[in-house]
Structures are given as C-alpha cells and as structure tokens.
Design a protein around this ligand. Structure first.
Ligand code: BGC
Length: 746
C-alpha cells in the first residue's frame, strides 16, 4: 500500500492555542476550550459557527483568505485531499487561533465501495457488519481528506412512500438503535487514528414521520411516541459517543426541529448531558421563515442559537445576524460561547489539533479487494427471501439455460442506491456481468424494458422468447435509485411502469419465474409475488450486487435477511407497523368481510364494527422480521427461568432452534414482548432482542435472551416507568409467529 505523507506539523495549532493564553497550566480540555474562546473576537466565534459548501467564498485564494480571517468552521463537499490539506494548513498556521477545520461529506453507505442502502444493511440484523462496512467507508473517505460524515441517519419511519426510508434502518427503535450505534463506532473507530471520521446522528428528530411521506413535511408526534420510539436511536448514538448531531427540517408539533428548545435543549443537553456539537441541516435555520416560525433570517438565527444549534450548514443566518442580535440584547455572548465550545470540543475530541492534516492518506485504499469482498458479504446478508415455492431456489449452476431479464439486471449506477456522492456505477459488478461470468452462453440476457418506468412493450417479444428458450427466468424488477432518497417521495408504491405486465407475460411461459427486486423502499408487490415462484428482495445492494445475488441464487449461501420494515399491500394501508396498538375493536382475519363478498343489496349498517379494511383485510403483505431461508428452522421448547420478574430484576428466556432442512443457513431469532396493561396503552408487540445463529442440517442450538425489567420501561406521558403486571413473550422467526410464554412483573 502506497502511503502518501502530507504535510504533518503535529500539534502546532493546539500548542499555539494554549500558548496564546496566559501561560497558566490549563490541565483540562474544558479549561483549554474556555481559554481559547476568551481570546477570540465575536466575529471569530461566529466564524466557527459557519459551515459552507466548497466554493462559497469564491476561488481558492478567496477561500484561504476567509479561513485566515476565521470566517469559517467547516466546509462540506470538498474532497480533494491535497486541497483540503492546504486549507487545513492555512487554518492552523495562518489563522489567529489555529483552529482546525472540519471537512464534512455525506458518506452514507460507503464512499467509493458502496454497501447496501442502510435499510438493506438493517435487513442483515447484524450490526457488527454495518460497523465493519462503515469502518471501510471511513477509511476510504478519510483518505480523501474527509473527517466528518453526515451519517448515520436513524429516523424511524412507518412510511414506504417517504423516499428517505431507504436511508434509515426501518420501523423499529431497537433495531435502528443497534445499527446506529454500530455505524457510529464504525465511522469514528479510534479517534486517535487518522482514519477516524466524526459521525453525525441525524435527523434530530421525528423527520421520518412526515405527513404522507412527503419529504420535509409536518410531523405530529406525541411525547410518549417521541420518547418510546423516535428518540431512542439518538439516545443510543449519543451514549455511543456520536460526536455530532444534525437538527432536522421538520416542524415537530408546531416547532421546527432546528429551533426546538424542547428537543435540542431540554432533552439533548439537559436530560442526556450531550457534549457534542449540533449542526443544522442544509438551510434548515433559514427555512424556519417558510415554516412561519421566524419572520426573517435574523429572528431565525436567534431562535436556533437559543435552542442550541451550534453550527449553521450552508446558509448564513448566523454570520449575518448574530452580532446584531447580541447588540440588541436578544441573545448573549455567553450563549455564543456555549455554542462555540461545543464546536471546538469536537475538533479536540477528533484530535484535529494534533493531527490536523489527516497525515496518512492513501489513495490505494479506495475499492481495495477486501472492501469489495465485505461489500459482497453485506449485500448477500441484506437480501430477504420472500417466497420460494417448491424449492424453486437455489438454481443449479449446471442449469442448461437461464433467462436474465429486466431493467435492473444491468444498471451499475442504480444498484448503488440513493445518496451516493462518490460511488461510481463503473465500479459495479451487475447481475448481468456476474451471471454471465458463471453461465457464459447459457445465460439468455434480454433487458425487456429499458428502465423501470419504461412504458414501451417493444422488448416484450424478445423477453418472452428468451424465457421460452430457457429452463428458468430470473427477472430483475424494481425502481432506480432516483425513485427513492431525499425529496423522492412516491404516492404509489407499486412497481413503476409496466414491469407487472411483463412479469405476467413471462409467467405465461410456464417457466419457473424468479423475481429479484432492487428498490429503495418496501414496494407493494403482492400481485407480482402471487405470480412468481420465488422472490428475493435485494434492496439496492451496492457495488457488488451481481456477485451477491449470484451467491444466493445458486445456493453458495442461503438467504438470511429479515425485513426491518412491514411490507404493506398497497399505499392505502400505510401506516402499518408491527408495534401498533390493539384498539378497542381489534379484528382478526375471520372478521374481515371483503368488498367483493358484500351482497349488492346489503342493507347492513356495518360490516362487523371492527377495525379493518374491506379490501386489504387486517394483515400486511409481510410482517416485520419476516424472511425465508433455503432450509427450515423449527422452534421448540420455550423456557423462562422464572414466571416472575422483580422490578429491578431479570429473567432468562430460551428456545431450541433446529435446522430440519437440508441446507446450512443462518437464522435471526427474535424476542418480542407484550405488556398487557399499562398506564397508557402499550403496543401489541415490541422487539426486545435478536440473535443470529448458524446451523448445519440436523443441528440444534439453544438461544438465550436475558430480559431485564429495565427493558420494559416506557414513557407514559409523565415519566419513564416500569409497571408491574402481566406480560406475554415470544421467541420466533418474525413478528407474527413464535413460541409464546407469559410472566408477571412484580
Ligand atoms: C440532507 C442531509 C444532508 C445534507 C448535506 C440535506 O439536504 O437532509 O441529510 O446531510 O443535505 O448534504
């Protein structure tokens, strides 16, 4: 590996900062920070609070001059390592206080080596994998000079219409929390190491609940839901040492989250004692004007500073107005000092004063073979087998011929998914390439449709002919990356274009029909699932999509992913999440009267007075936690160490899992709890633990879970409580099935 050593003047800025002081022994970091701030002018402090996009100040000379004058604390979207080093050098050596700069970038699920979208990674239910993946992302990004990423995104969402559902870890607060922590650890690694990249817990908070999935939209989240669900991943990330937070775009209960004292001050600072730095989202301070929460940029700046936003991204409400706001007496310089202290603290924690130039950088780390291998492994483990009738899968590599059809079979850029600033479609191995390599001329490839929204049937005949001439059909369905991600909300969540029509034509050939779906959201694919013999949900799998799909289709590995989000039957069923409440009139499938069965002349007042849809029924398409395997696992022998738990105690639960099929495979064993009666109503199920096991055919293992009374705590509107009473508990393969037991919390 070639190591390029950039200018490395260790500790200059830090020493300069200290020696600029009174010569006192400044032994704690806090004293050093306060000393430094006491020596800064107000303009220099406000400068630290400004983050700008590359090019904001003009050309590089103008940029250097702005840095010298202390007008900026951070840049985003600057990635050339030499240029970054040069600017950093100016900050350290030529600005008055030698405070290093943060260089931020959206490194969301990989830098050049792209891993599956976060929703895909979450489907692995293996946070350790996400940690390894994000470590690789940090190694690659830091080699380009990046020392801060705006990730992980940990917005819990119940809405597949929302394009950014791709970027999160699904609907569950526990699963999301575990992935958030793992990603924070992966990005930050060892802060003393030059490859450390500061993480950013975003978007704080509630952003995933935007109305109807329209991005940036209003959110109403009652405090119990906020605390029991949406805040949890953020608390976990803060506890795991996430150095920064990002305030969000959304209006939360009438107060925009970038000016929300309740979430930013009361909860984050006062309750959690968070000492890191909060950056606004892009323009989110200024957008408080559009929200109707501030009359102008000046008022917006005052609101954000008071709430506790330390750094402003992209816009200049702070730079233009903070000095005047102090003069007006609307805010105090002490408030500014507190904001700046958080910024300098992060720079110190990152060790930037000691290793300001990210001195060991290597361009050769990009797309290293080990990175690609990890990308393939994560992709493989993120795919979820949704259907496999009559063991259609796996296919034999000796298959006489295989039709590979569909708009997503050879879309190197689109298989990478959303939020890829630095990913490159040319680096991708597509399914067409991977299957071609394995099958050679035995692969009959036809695109059938040029892209997912293509409405032309001109490729149908060729696709049907290829299917007829093959032993099986592999159709790559889905949506391109542009159809999910920021701002890219869909009201209809079905397969776009006329993919369904083509699938129906392929079905008519009578050949085994396998769908591989690549998408950034859980699509409404009920009709397509009915037609197909097997369905593998691949999300947007990243650079190594092709080899990873081939690994599973040909049975080198069994699929092992499980859904981190409920699959709905159609958009009208949204929201539908597994930890919903029971309601006063819960319906079972037996209660459902379907619309087609209602007599034409029915004079009934109601169809049963139950909570249901007369078209969708009462069940989703697929439940949270669902995923099949090439083998079959049998769950038996649920044991609880005791039927009683004390208020500060715990019990151990166990079940035996046996591989009763013919394939070695991994299984994700899940623990759910139902608190039967509460001081506020409780969800019908809550995930309390999960474990991944690997079993050979015929083998059995006992899976243990420790459940602590603390795990049963919830916020009831007044306080966090652990309430005595009856609980149901399940150990099972998904949120819908499992071995059931009960215990009493005394
Ligand atoms: C997004 C953030 C992102 C930021 C910087 C915003 O539009 O909401 O998630 O980090 O841009 O690119």
């Amino acid at each position: 590996m070639k190591i390029r050593i950039l200018l490395s003047i260790v500790g200059l800025g830090f020493l300069a900062a200290c020696s600029a002081g009174s010569g006192n022994n400044l032994d704690t970091q806090e004293e050093k920070i306060r000393q430094m701030i006491s020596e800064m002018t107000l303009e220099e402090k406000i400068g630290q609070m400004q983050q700008v996009n590359d090019g904001f100040f003009g050309d590089d000379e103008a940029t250097k001059q702005a840095i010298r004058e202390g007008k900026v604390g951070s840049f985003l979207n600057m990635i050339e390592p030499d240029r970054i080093a040069e600017f950093q050098k100016v900050a350290i050596e030529e600005s008055k206080h030698g405070i290093p700069l943060l260089f931020g970038r959206d490194v969301i699920h990989g830098f050049r080596t792209i891993f599956p979208i976060p929703l895909g990674m979450a489907s692995s239910w293996e946070p350790e994998l996400a940690e390894k993946a994000m470590r690789i992302a940090a190694i690659e990004a830091s080699s380009m000079g990046i020392n801060w990423t705006f990730a992980p995104m940990m917005d819990v969402s119940w809405d597949p219409r929302w394009g950014r559902i791709a970027e999160g870890c699904g609907e569950d607060p526990l699963l999301t929390s575990e992935f958030a922590v793992a990603m924070v650890k992966g990005f930050q690694g060892d802060l003393n190491d030059p490859t450390a990249v500061a993480a950013c817990a975003k978007h704080y908070v509630g952003y995933g609940m935007s109305e109807a999935g329209r991005d940036y939209n209003t959110t109403y989240i009652p405090e119990p839901l906020l605390r029991n669900v949406h805040l949890r991943p953020f608390k976990a990330a803060a506890d795991a040492g996430a150095l920064t937070f990002m305030s969000a775009f959304n209006d939360l209960n009438g107060v925009p989250t970038s000016g929300n004292e309740f979430t930013l001050k009361t909860i984050l600072r006062d309750e959690w004692g968070y000492k890191g730095m909060v950056v606004s989202d892009w323009g989110s301070i200024e957008e408080m004007i559009n929200h109707g929460f501030a009359a102008d940029k000046k008022q917006a700046a005052g609101i954000a500073v008071k709430a506790g936003v330390d750094m402003e991204m992209a816009t200049t409400c702070y730079a233009d107005n903070l000095a005047q706001l102090i003069k007006d007496g609307a805010i105090s310089e002490e408030q500014i000092n507190d904001r700046v202290a958080n910024i300098i603290r992060v720079k110190m924690e990152m060790g930037l004063f000691k290793k300001p130039y990210n001195s060991f950088v290597s361009a050769d780390t990009i797309l290293a073979p080990s990175h690609l291998e990890m990308s393939r492994e994560v992709a493989r483990k993120s795919m979820v087998l949704l259907k496999n009738n009559n063991s259609t899968l796996p296919l034999s590599k000796n298959i006489r011929s295989l039709a590979v059809i569909g708009p997503l079979a050879d879309a190197g850029r689109d298989q990478l998914g959303t939020w890829i600033f630095d990913g490159n479609g040319d680096d991708s191995t597509t399914p067409k390439q991977a299957f071609g390599e394995i099958l050679g001329s035995r692969m009959n490839y036809v695109d059938g449709l040029e892209y997912s929204r293509d409405k032309s049937t001109k490729g149908f005949a060729q696709a049907i002919a290829a299917a007829k001439n093959s032993d099986a059909v592999l159709f790559f369905a889905g949506e391109e990356s542009i159809l999910s991600g920021e701002a890219n909300a869909r009201g209809i969540i079905d397969l776009p274009g006329i993919q369904t029509e083509l699938i129906a034509e392929l079905k008519k050939t009578g050949k085994p029909l396998i769908l591989v779906v690549m998408a950034g959201r859980p699509l409404g694919i009920g009709a397509e699932m009915d037609m197909a013999d097997a369905v593998l949900y691949a999300w947007h799998p990243g650079t190594m999509a092709g080899p990873a799909v081939a690994d599973l289709i040909f049975g080198d590995f069994s699929p092992s992913g499980k859904l981190p989000v409920t699959f709905v039957k159609g958009a009208g069923q949204i929201p539908f999440y597994y930890y919903r409440k029971n309601t006063g009139r819960p319906a079972t499938e037996n209660d459902v009267v379907y619309i087609d069965d209602i007599p034409r002349d029915s004079k009934q007042l109601s169809l049963g007075f139950k909570s249901m849809h007369i078209d969708y029924g009462v069940t989703p398409l697929l439940p949270f936690g669902f995923g099949l395997s090439y083998t079959e696992f049998k769950y038996e022998n649920l044991k609880l160490s005791s039927g009683e738990m004390s208020k500060d105690g715990s019990i151990t639960l166990s079940a035996d899992i046996r591989n009763v099929g013919n394939f070695e495979a991994e299984e994700i064993v899940q623990l759910y709890v139902h608190d039967k009666v509460g001081s506020i109503t409780r969800p019908i199920k809550e995930l309390k633990g999960f474990k991944k096991i690997n079993l050979k055919p015929g083998d059995k293992t006992t899976v243990n879970f420790d459940l602590n009374a603390k795990d049963l705590q919830f916020f009831n509107g007044d306080a966090y409580v652990i309430e005595p009473g009856d609980f149901e508990v399940w150990i099972g393969p998904n949120s819908d099935e499992g071995l059931k037991g009960t215990f009493v919390l005394k």
